[in-house]
Each structure stands twice: as structure tokens, then as C-alpha cells.
Design a protein around this ligand. Structure first.
Ligand code: NAD
Length: 503
């Protein structure tokens, strides 16, 4: 099947509202850039507040429509499963679309496309498991129970680094539970969300159940997060934007799920196999050119192996191949946007000014073939200290700061010495020590002798400035549904109407 988005290159694409692509009311389209060349490759619609209002109205109408509201949970689950099948059928096209749009590695996208269809299957199974409780209360002849219901229209605001995976993790459970959705993808990588919207219709979901409004944060995002018709927001993006969205949403008392940035520690004890730990650190911070929320960008190494570890890390970093994301032997592709490249360069410069030493990388690649793209070499900065700006703030690029530690107490202070709390990694063969780390670290995910080992079956999310709420696992059923308490009195008794019935 050739969908609109598969013929996207060189064309323009509208907003996806009520089951079809429509032109934005303002008639404005904006170019999306190919990170390997810095050239525009298609144009997407810039949605404004009227477009957002139309998308929300469409989602609200779908919510009230018996075609969706009265669909049995089994049939809803089948639709989600069918959507997963279509994602699998279109896996290669979706993977290439995402690579073109945000510069992700093809091999990384292939790995994602093996898991994403399966995750639809997992969440489809939730459709018929959404159940309430019967509550024993201290009143005779009374039945007190909770109904678990969909929330309503969920607003999803998506970043550019892994849009399809991020969207799937919340879209699939939201649909299984019976919500309807308005998605605002990133202005830097909207193609895969638009492609998915088309597949939603092909799967048989009624029009309006999923809508996609493209555009920037200042216009489209602001309009969505101030709209009174949204029951809950799921935001995945930076902490600064998250704060703003939470403030907007508070105006309508709309709850949020906040999946924000990180500055995650990787801790290496001296009892480890150094090469394996190096491999883990590389996977934690250089995969996806460091553009992952869980990037293990602060690396603390026990002093007895510090020098050997740095030497091995630098040697491994020099073997990393920076190149075109669609070439099979490339390890690191470009950064997704020009501004991101400038930001990475600025952080490295600030690190060296503050006393860190560039042990590897620290510049754009010299290969003339890569000169037009937004590439940056994987970079190791030693003599790093937590107070340095590049160690405090999220870089979202291929840069790791390395520092030694002497005691476990010092390590905990270093690892937790951040405003963020998304992920963490510890490398040791000592299970007692690993468990002490797991208990004391302030992070939503703890990886022991592994990193970036993700699963949609487990709930994950952040602490501190990395956000709140959880994606994945059964926890999402609570995130995207609400309880309604129902009380039936079958005693036929006449009560005193002026006294609350507590017994
Ligand atoms: P960003 O915050 O700049 O943008 C994210 C989304 O918010 C985009 O769609 C953008 O258009 C929108 N937006 C911006 N301003 C807005 C506003 N005022 N109102 C409403 N929407 C607005 O983030 P980014 O640069 O696209 O993505 C990178 C960030 O995402 C990093 O901080 C990364 O750590 C984070 N991230 C977190 C997770 C997680 O699960 N915790 C996953 C992936 C990425």
C-alpha cells in the first residue's frame, strides 16, 4: 500500500483531523529538514488555535459517538491489535521515514520496529482487563463498587528523538482503554505520527478517535495545552517545556503525565569486566547520538580502575563510526537539528573552560562527506565535576563526563547530585552493592550491568525534574482511566434525610 506519507518527499502534508488530511486554516506550511544534508525535504502544516479546536471537537465527537463509546472492549482490543499488524506490515517504510526525518540510525529503527508492533499486541490485551472493585462497606444491604472508565480526550505532545516509539507507548493503551486522542508531534519530526494516523483509519478505528495537529510549540502546542476540552496531557520533552505545559494545563485543572529530560549517572565499580562496562557506557550515552532521555551522561568510576577504564573508553570511542544513518555500518548519525548541534558544541566548550579535558571527540567529524549534515563526534570529557554546567544540564548529544570516586558514600552523593532523576546504571558483580545502589539512587529506572534495556511491560518514568507519571506495564491503565464510585442501596429502608450515612 502506498500511503500519503510514503510519497512525502518533496510534497506538503496537512493536518490529520476526523480521519483525513485537511489543509490548515491559515494555509501555512513549514519545511521539515533532512539532518544529513540540512535541506528541506517536505512541508507540514502549521496548525493554529482554530485547527486545534477542530481536532479537539473531532476527538470529543468520536468519544460520544456510539461507534466508539458502545464498542465492546473485545472489539476495541482487536482494533489495537490490527493497528499493530499494520505497523508491522509497514515497518520498513516507517523505519525509513523516521530516519529521514530525524536522522535516526536505520539499525536502531529496525530494532524499534521489532518491538513496536508487539507493544500494540500487549496493550490490546488491556482492553478487556479494565476492571473496578467491589468495596466492602460498613452498611448492610448496600453494594458499593468502582467503575473504571476512559478519561476522555487525551492530548499527547511528542518530542523529535523517538517519536514513533514515544507515541506508541501512550497511544496504544489510550485506545485500548477507550479514550480518544489529539497528538501534537514535534515540528522537527512529525512524519511518523502522520503515517501512523493513516494506519489508524486503515485498521478500522472510527474517524476522530486519533487526530494529529502539526506545528510548533509556541502556536500549536500552546493552543492544545490551553484547550478546555482535554482530559489529560501526556508530555514527553524537555523539563523547561514541561513546566510551561503543566502551568497551562493547570488553568483547566487538567492532569499531566510528564516524561522529561535527564542527566543520568553510570557508576562503575572496580570488580567489573572493564570492556563490558565500557560497552554499557557507550550504549548509554552515544546511542542515537546521545539524543535519548535516559542518556547516561555522567560516568563515575571507582578510582582503582579509573585510568584503565578511561583508556578503554577512549579507545572504544575512537572506533565508533559516525556516518549516514541509513548505512549499515554507521554507529552514530547526525543530530536531528542544527540548533542541537550548536548546543552540543556550546556545552563542550563550556566544559573545557571549566576545566574538563577532551579525551576523545570534541569536534565535528572531518570527513567532507559529512560536512553538510549536523554531525558531531562522540566525546569523552575527563576531569569532570558535578558543578560544571555540562554535568548539570541535559545536553542531548554524544557527550559523556567522567570522574573518579573513592567510597560508596561519595558515589551516592555524586550520582544523586543532580536535579534530574530519570535513569541510572551500576556495573558491579557484588549483588549487595548493586541492591544498595538500587535502593538509594533517586531515579525512575535502575539498570544493573546493563543500560537502555527497555520494556513496554514495565512501568517507567522520572523523579525530581525528570517528571511524574508512568508509561508501560499495567500502570498505564491507571494513568489513562478514572474511577467512578457507584453505590446501590437495596434495603428499602427509610433514612433520616438530614444525616450523612456513614454506617
Ligand atoms: P521540547 O520540550 O523542545 O519539545 C517537545 C514537544 O513540546 C514538541 O512537540 C514541541 O513542539 C512541544 N512544545 C514546545 N513548546 C511548547 C509549548 N509552549 N506548549 C506546548 N507544547 C510545546 O523537547 P524536544 O527537544 O523535542 O525533545 C528532547 C527532550 O525530550 C529532551 O529533554 C529529552 O530528555 C526529552 N525526552 C524525554 C523522554 C522521557 O520519556 N522522559 C523521552 C524522550 C525525550
Amino acid at each position: 500500500m502506498k500511503t500519503t506519507v510514503q510519497t512525502l518527499a518533496g510534497s506538503r502534508i496537512g493536518l490529520f483531523i476526523d480521519g483525513r488530511f485537511v489543509a490548515p486554516r491559515s494555509g501555512t506550511y513549514v519545511p521539515s529538514y533532512d539532518p544529513t544534508t540540512g535541506e528541506p525535504w517536505y512541508e507540514f502544516a502549521q496548525g493554529d488555535s482554530d485547527d486545534v479546536a477542530e481536532a479537539v471537537a473531532s476527538a470529543r465527537a468520536a468519544l460520544a459517538d456510539p461507534a466508539w463509546r458502545r464498542m465492546t472492549q473485545t472489539d476495541r482490543g482487536k482494533l489495537v491489535r490490527r493497528l499493530g499488524d499494520l505497523v508491522l506490515e509497514n515497518a520498513d517504510a516507517l523505519a525509513r521515514l523516521e530516519c529521514r526525518d530525524n536522522g535516526k540510525l536505520l539499525k536502531e529503527m529496525r530494532a524499534q520496529m521489532r518491538a513496536i508492533p508487539d507493544s500494540y499486541l500487549y496493550f490490546a490485551g488491556m482492553a478487556d482487563k479494565l476492571q473496578g472493585d467491589t468495596i466492602p462497606v460498613n452498611k448492610l444491604d448496600t453494594l458499593n463498587f468502582n467503575l473504571r472508565e476512559p478519561l476522555g480526550v487525551v492530548g499527547m505532545i511528542i518530542p523529535w528523538n523517538s517519536p514513533l516509539m514515544m507515541l506508541t507507548g501512550t497511544l496504544a493503551p489510550c485506545l485500548a482503554i477507550g479514550n480518544t486522542v489529539v497528538v501534537k508531534p514535534s515540528e522537527h519530526a512529525a512524519a511518523s505520527s502522520l503515517a501512523l494516523a493513516e494506519l489508524v483509519i486503515e485498521a478500522g478505528f472510527p474517524p476522530g478517535v486519533v487526530n494529529v495537529v502539526t506545528g510548533d510549540g509556541a502556536t500549536t502546542g500552546e493552543a492544545l495545552t490551553r484547550h478546555p476540552g482535554i482530559a489529560k496531557y501526556v508530555f514527553t520533552g524537555s523539563t523547561a517545556t514541561g513546566r510551561r505545559i503543566a502551568a497551562n494545563a493547570a488553568g483547566n485543572l487538567a492532569p499531566c503525565q510528564m516524561e522529561l529530560g535527564g542527566k543520568s549517572p553510570q557508576v562503575i565499580f572496580s570488580d567489573v569486566d572493564i570492556d563490558r562496562a565500557v560497552n554499557g557506557v557507550v550504549s548509554g550515552v552515544f546511542a542515537a547520538a546521545g539524543q535519548t532521555c535516559v542518556a547516561g551522561s555522567r560516568c563515575f568510576v571507582e578510582r582503582p580502575i579509573y585510568d584503565r577504564f578511561v583508556e578503554a573508553l577512549v579507545a572504544r570511542t575512537h572506533r565508533i563510526k559516525v556516518g549516514h544513518p541509513q548505512e549499515e555500518d554507521t554507529d552514530i548519525g547526525p543530530l536531528a537539528l542544527a540548533a542541537q548541534l550548536a548546543k552540543v558544541e556550546d556545552y563542550v566548550a563550556s566544559g573545557t573552560r571549566e576545566g574538563a579535558r577532551v579525551a576523545a571527540g570534541g569536534r565535528r567529524p572531518q570527513d567532507p562527506e559529512l560536512a553538510r549534515g549536523w554531525y558531531y563526534e562522540p566525546t569523552v570529557l575527563t576531569e569532570a565535576r558535578n558543578e560544571m554546567r555540562f554535568m548539570r544540564e541535559e545536553i542531548f548529544g554524544p557527550v559523556v563526563g567522567v570522574a573518579p570516586f573513592d567510597t560508596e558514600e561519595e558515589m551516592v552523593a555524586l550520582a544523586n547530585g543532580t536535579d534530574y532523576g530519570l535513569a541510572s546504571g551500576v556495573w558491579t558483580r557484588d549483588i549487595d552493592r548493586a541492591m544498595r545502589f538500587a535502593r538509594t539512587i533517586e531515579a525512575g529506572t535502575v539498570w544493573i550491568n546493563t543500560y537502555r534495556s527497555a520494556a513496554y511491560m514495565s512501568a517507567n518514568g522520572g523523579m525530581k525534574n525528570s517528571g511524574y507519571g508512568r508509561r508501560g506495564g499495567f500502570e498505564v491503565m491507571r494513568e489513562f482511566s478514572r474511577l467512578k464510585n457507584v453505590v446501590i442501596d437495596y434495603s428499602s429502608a427509610m433514612q433520616d434525610p438530614f444525616v450523612i450515612r456513614l454506617r
